[in-house]
Design a protein around this ligand. Structure first.
Ligand code: ADP
Ligand code: ADP
Length: 225
């Protein structure tokens, strides 16, 4: 089978200097791919293009056989809600909601009832080992716990692709490795592919394959272990 998500020759410029200058990318279902490279090399821009958040100036992105540029904004945001999950450097949990309400939120927004949504949310929190924090608010948990709650929220809708942009960037290395272990275990057991943006080799080590971005161009790397 072909790749689940593929990009061909992406160009994107915000000003005179290109952020993406001919980047290619592909990921198969269930695969964990790390997008590496120095700060400013275009990693986040690549992720935002792949997720349909940013429109490239040229080049094509194909998801499950459909070209993202052929969809309108409504179709793209429906696709993001149904098929994609997101984790960012700072969990972006809603501070007024409890942790379990945060994890249940995507299901509630999709129309699920409160009891069903929170039961599913708790099952995901168990897999991320934060089910004991259900009643707490994000301000009452540690950074590592908050990121594990955010990972549970990102997977609660059973996405086909999880986009993770520096998910451990705000954590110390011990908590970062724990988050990566739980994130990749949970995604693999759910069959979700992971696009992991990081500049840290020890974080990328949790991937199956690495793509290195430099000056907006990407290169597939053979993992040398
Ligand atoms: P990375 O994630 O590797 O740090 P980015 O994709 O964030 O790289 O940025 C690539 C380049 O594009 C940088 O020069 C950055 O300043 C620029 N850039 C990214 N997003 C924007 C934006 N929204 N507006 C203007 N410039 C941007
Ligand atoms: P950076 O990668 O530069 O640290 P972030 O990852 O925090 O920045 O977010 C960068 C962009 O990602 C935002 O400008 C926004 O367009 C998009 N974004 C952030 N949060 C979400 C979200 N929950 N859902 C969809 N897009 C988001």
């Amino acid at each position: 089978a072909g790749p689940l998500l593929a990009a061909d020759s992406l160009h994107k410029a915000y000003g005179p200097t290109p952020a993406l200058d001919g980047a290619d990318f592909s990921i198969h279902g269930g695969e964990v791919v790390a997008v590496m490279g120095p700060s400013g090399s275009g990693k986040s821009t690549l992720l935002h293009c792949l997720a349909g958040i940013v429109t490239p100036d040229s080049g094509t992105i194909t998801y499950a056989g459909r070209e993202l540029s052929a969809m309108n904004d409504t179709e793209r945001s429906a696709l993001r809600r149904s098929d994609f999950g997101f984790v960012f450097q700072f969990g972006q949990l809603v501070p007024e909601l409890t942790c379990v309400e945060n994890v249940a939120l995507p299901l509630r927004l999709n129309g699920a009832g409160r009891r069903d949504a929170e039961r599913t949310a708790l099952a995901w929190m168990e897999r991320l080992e934060v089910d004991d924090l259900g009643g707490k608010r994000p301000g009452e948990v540690s950074g590592g716990q908050g990121q594990r709650v955010a990972v549970a929220r990102s997977l609660v809708t059973n996405p086909k692709v999880l986009f993770a942009d520096e998910p451990t960037g705000a954590l110390d290395s011990l908590n970062g490795e724990r988050v990566m272990q739980l994130l990749t275990d949970a995604a693999r057991s759910a069959g979700a592919a992971v696009v992991l943006v990081t500049h840290e080799a020890r974080v990328a080590a949790y991937s199956d394959r690495e793509i290195v971005v430099r000056d907006g161009r990407s290169r597939d790397m053979e993992r040398v272990v």
